[in-house]
Ligand binder design. Structure first.
Ligand code: NDP
Ligand code: BG6
Length: 467
């Protein structure tokens, strides 16, 4: 084998539903070079044949089955790691994927190091960790410290699957290969920025995790801030991972910790009746906030973010609202200019719409919104690659572009720290109806902090006014 993916917790939900199917797909599509084998590891009473049968049951993993191996181990037991060492000894690359609950990460990292499997400093030995990457700044630092004792930063891959979405990466390409936009991408021309990550589903069967986490830990600390960083960061010197991560960290350092006074929390009606949720839970299933980015480029420009479960429609998007042109008079009456908006649709209906003002045909100077539209998927001519496929391909290629650094993760916890503390310290979320756009406070937030209103997902910016 050229590469072995050692998956700890390979019998679990994440490994079987996401990681292994993505590996098979990445191999099949040619994104991964060379021969790749899977070595499952965990406490489950499996052997090679049993693991192969498990993979064979699902057509999305069946191609991985013939060469798959299983090592049964207790996560802290050195003998299991000695078996792994024997099995991977002739492999050029070895990737350790921690698909277990986070409590088990430290013992796995320590055991890998004790067995010499980490080969500290050797970039052909890599470790992959999944969210949650801590639950606050202290636990995030502790996790980073633990990872650092076994591996160098160049060997560590922290997953934020949003960064691996094709349209999220396209934000970079769009910004930095179209100088027309980049020239006005600052406080001079931008009035405000909105980032929305809305989900239609409730919490489903994940109460055990979600009721202890909430929307800020689940979505804001990671996906939303990473997306915001790509939208707002300075141009990196190159598209290489080192430069991109540096630019993202710099931007996150400029984002001020969220002031609880400029944030709104909500909980969907019926959350307290979900299976496994504490009946008195004050956990937020919706969060919105106005953020300040204190640097030269963005001084005074409000950044609005919102995310939530059980909202009207699943959509992630970024909306850049440009400053209005001066209103000109026509026959003594001021003509209200049409606000220029740029909508970056991350998912679904991936694409970009630029709303501009045009003259209504046949009138003197009556202005109407019009749109220039790019359907991103149309460029590909086939379905967009899955984010996890991209994650796997990049880990196996040893490229860090879609993986946040430890410092970025720590800084993101600093940004949300006061908010989490305030919300856990008291008060109650505003209840909102399932299928709405969240609590009223969320709607008002934008006007309160100098914006106009949210452009709601699904609204065609070239058809609506007033945003
Ligand atoms: P599971 O609860 O299914 O656990 C995965 C495997 O970990 C289990 O099959 C088990 O294998 C092993 N394990 C080791 N210690 C424990 C323990 N104390 N309790 C339960 N299992 C244990 O988790 P998921 O697969 O859902 O998630 C794994 C990781 O990925 C977590 O960090 C999770 O937060 C993260 N994640 C999961 C997502 C998902 O969609 N499921 C999405 C994003 C992140 P064995 O018994 O063989 O040792
Ligand atoms: C995960 C969160 O990280 O991202 C989930 O834990 C959320 O709560 C999911 O549903 C959203 O991902 P996507 O790719 O479906 O937008």
């Amino acid at each position: 084998m050229d590469t072995t993916l050692v998956v700890f917790g390979a019998s679990g939900d994440l490994a079987r539903r996401k990681v292994l199917p993505a590996l098979q797909a990445a191999c099949a599509s040619g994104q991964v070079q060379g021969r790749v084998g899977v070595l499952g590891a965990g406490r489950s009473t499996l052997d090679d044949a049993g693991f192969q049968a498990l993979l064979g049951e699902d057509e999305q993993t069946a191609a991985l089955a013939p060469s798959a191996r299983w090592v049964r181990l207790d996560y802290g037991d050195p003998s299991g790691y000695r078996r792994i060492a024997d099995l991977v000894s002739s492999c050029r690359q070895v990737v350790y994927y921690l698909a277990t609950p986070p409590e088990v990460f430290p013992v796995i990292v320590d055991s890998l190091a004790a067995a010499g499997l980490n080969r500290r400093g050797d970039a052909t030995r890599r470790v992959v960790v999944e969210k949650p990457l801590g639950r606050d700044l202290a636990t995030s630092r502790e996790l980073n410290r633990r990872l650092d004792t076994g591996f160098e930063e160049a060997q560590i891959y922290r997953i934020d699957h949003y960064l691996a979405k094709d349209t999220v990466q396209n934000v970079l390409a769009f910004r930095f290969s179209n100088s027309l936009f980049e020239a006005g991408w600052n406080r001079t021309l931008v009035q405000s920025v909105q980032v929305t990550a809305a989900e239609e589903e409730g919490i489903g069967t994940r109460s055990g995790y979600y009721d202890g986490a909430g929307a800020v830990r689940d979505m804001v600390q990671n996906h939303v801030l990473q997306l915001l960083a790509l939208v707002a960061m300075e141009p990196p010197t190159t598209f290489d991972a080192r430069d991109i991560r540096k630019a993202m960290l710099e931007l996150l350092r400029a984002v001020q910790p969220i002031d609880p006074q400029s944030a709104v929390r909500g909980q969907y009606r019926g959350y307290l009746e979900e299976d496994g949720v504490d009946r008195t839970s004050r956990r937020e299933t919706f969060a919105a906030a106005a953020l300040r980015v204190e640097n030269w480029r963005w001084d005074g420009v409000p950044f609005f973010i919102r995310t939530g479960k059980a909202l009207r429609q699943r959509t992630t998007q970024v909306v850049i609202r440009f400053r209005d042109s001066p209103a000109l008079k026509l026959e003594g009456i001021r003509q209200r200019p049409i606000t220029t908006l740029l909508q970056l649709r991350i998912q679904p209906h991936e694409g970009i719409t630029l709303r501009i003002g045009a003259k209504r045909p046949g009138t003197r100077f009556e202005m109407v919104p019009a749109g220039l539209d790019l359907e991103y998927q149309g460029l590909a001519g086939r379905p967009l690659p899955d984010a996890y496929e991209h994650v796997l391909a990049e880990v196996l290629a040893g490229v860090h572009t879609v993986f946040p650094s430890g410092e970025e993760i720590d800084r993101s916890w600093e940004i949300v720290g006061d908010l989490i503390a305030a919300w856990e310290g008291g008060g109650h979320p505003e209840v909102y109806a399932r299928g709405s756009w969240g609590p009223e406070g969320g709607e008002e937030l934008v006007a309160r902090f100098g914006g106009s209103r949210w452009l709601n997902p699904g609204e065609d910016p070239s058809q609506v006014g007033g945003v």
